[in-house]
Write a protein that binds this ligand. Sequence first.
Ligand SMILES: C[S@@+](CC[C@H](N)C(=O)[O-])C[C@H]1O[C@@H](n2cnc3c(N)ncnc32)[C@H](O)[C@@H]1O
Length: 336
Amino acid sequence: MRPDPSAQLFASAIARVCPIAPRRVLCFDATPEIVTLPALATARVVAIQGWRPLHDALRASGAATRPDPAEDDLDVDLALVRLGRSRVRNLAAIAEGTLRLAAGGTLIAAGANELGAAGHARLAGARDSIAGFHGRAFWFAREAAPQAATLAAWRAAVALTAVPPDGRIGAPGAFAWDRVDTGSELLAAHLPAAIAGRVADLGAGWGFLSLRLGATSPRIETLDLYEADHASLAAARANLKHVAAARFHWHDVATGLPHSPYDIIVSNPPFHDDRGADIAIGLGFIRAAARALRPGGTLWLVANRRLPYEAALRAEFAHSALVDARDGYKVIAARR
Ligand SMILES: C[S@@+](CC[C@H](N)C(=O)[O-])C[C@H]1O[C@@H](n2cnc3c(N)ncnc32)[C@H](O)[C@@H]1O
């Protein structure tokens, strides 16, 4: 995927749309590049970012950052929405931003063409837009925003939702939010029957693997779920509220694990971030697991079969074994 064009697009759009410098700005799915744009230098900017690595980078750049808007993030002159891969999340952010505009305020959304920026502009009924950097920015004033019922529906569409048939909770727009991932299902089928001690689930999503462990292994002392996506972790919290050993960490696994050592770590690591495929993320998970296991502790991992994790596993672990390979996935057990 091409580099994210949203910061350049916002800069161009703000120059056209804002005759005077905005005073209060709310930026959804913010990045450090956006909040430090010169056009925002004199504004009070609040960055909304539920993805922990970006949240940490924003904090490090000095930005006021939170995973969700606060009740008093209201009456802003300018709302910026960076478009991502999830349409349902994009539309919810457009709704959230619009509802927080002051009279006369403007919302600008921007993103790459391949994310469907033009389609989002049509849905929002935005008549004004600029194209460039392989992307598009579009905008509308509060007075020309989509109707209240449309905004309410877009906003409601990302609320935590009970998923049939069992009613467990999902966060719309998150990874496999309304299904069980095939790789995770395969890993769960191979996990030892009765795990005990200190356990971690890296990239826990809505909690599928931890739920299985909670159901089959009553001798687990602590079960730490680490997840970078704030909404996914909220779903996991709801799904595991009856599991006393469970603890929930909104955390970037690539930075290491704060509560080690562990006896067992389970993971279905991500192999892409929000902008494209990147094997480095999975390798970071393997390294973090190796460092957080006690000697003799085991990492149970499932991965897409074609992902070359073997060299990293050999470098980081004393033994690693292919336990199963099917349906395009491989299950590996690696002992420290
Ligand atoms: C392949 S999914 C597996 C989800 C879940 N374990 C399951 O079985 O459904 C990988 C998960 O890792 C999370 N993730 C990606 N990068 C992360 C990071 N740096 N730190 C923590 N979690 C991350 C993603 O949000 C996603 O939920």
